[in-house]
Design a protein around this ligand. Sequence first.
Ligand SMILES: Cc1cc2nc3c(=O)[nH]c(=O)nc-3n(C[C@H](O)[C@H](O)[C@H](O)COP(=O)(O)O)c2cc1C
Length: 168
Amino acid sequence: MKKAIIVLGSSNSEGETYKMVKFVHQKTNFPVVDLKTKNILEFDYEFKNSKDDFLPLIEEIVTNYTLIIFATPVYWYAMSGILKTFFDRFSDCLKTRKDLGRKLRGMEMAVISCGHDKELKKGFQMPFKESANYLGMNYLTDVHCWIRNEEISETVKENLNTFIEKIK
Ligand SMILES: Cc1cc2nc3c(=O)[nH]c(=O)nc-3n(C[C@H](O)[C@H](O)[C@H](O)COP(=O)(O)O)c2cc1C
């Protein structure tokens, strides 16, 4: 098993994306960090946000894990705002905390998305893939999920199982 952490970026800590995260967690035991419980502010050019929860969290991640699994709902055809704010803060690791940026190099990234629609619009994964590329991370794979009547369908379960096999 890889040393992986799941970063949940939903506006609902116990919502539909969380259900997918729980499924993966139950099968892998990968820990989950819920960005909604963290105080992570928008990127600031003057780095006045450096005392919020971002730097301790990313430091913990780069020190203890080799794979980051981002889990996001699809909000308006894109990743959630909470997760995008987290991504914007990667810039802190390229400017004031280059030591952390260097540790991201060689790490792996995977993505779980959860939307109402069964299919993602073209380009949804581009910001993840390009960010991984820019940061020197290896983009492993992704899985798209959807939910109907509050239950995870057999198809989605199969897709999640295939995803787990690829990231283990
Ligand atoms: C603000 C907002 C925007 C959404 N936009 C989309 C969308 O563009 N495409 C889609 O398939 N579903 C969209 N949805 C539906 C959610 O992606 C879907 O219900 C998802 O399972 C919610 O996960 P959550 O409970 O973790 O928030 C949107 C929902 C919200 C609240």
